[in-house]
Design a protein around this ligand. Sequence first.
Ligand SMILES: [Zn+2]
Length: 146
Amino acid sequence: MAKTEMTYDKPLPAMTGLAGEFYAFCAKSELRFQRCSACQAWRHVPRELCPECGSGDWSWERSSGHGRVFAWTVATRAIHAGFEREIPYAAVVVEMDEGVRVLSQVADCPPDELTMDMPVEVTFEAVTPEVTLPKFRRKLCEPYGP
Ligand SMILES: [Zn+2]
């Protein structure tokens, strides 16, 4: 019997601990980062202590979902068989309006159309029934700066 659905064959994040909490919000289409209760600094990737002040008090705060392309690299060889049909693709670091940086992809943008500071917004891709990944797409309505 022929398979009708493509199975997701790329590596998946561990759905445990703080990372598991981060991805559980993504599954609800919420991008949330930790924010220090003592000094208000945002942080990502998830960790127990604030890298700014050392406090262990924090909460999950909702991100605006808006950011800008900070850096990227174009993969021309797949480091994992699951990526072979996508090469060349860009691994993109997005700097969110909150200041934290997220490694992801700009899903609707070929690598040769990426530009520094390109405005992007988060979108969510449910890659398995359990795992939803934050991806980004171009924000087309915002005028580019001077
Ligand atoms: Zn702090």
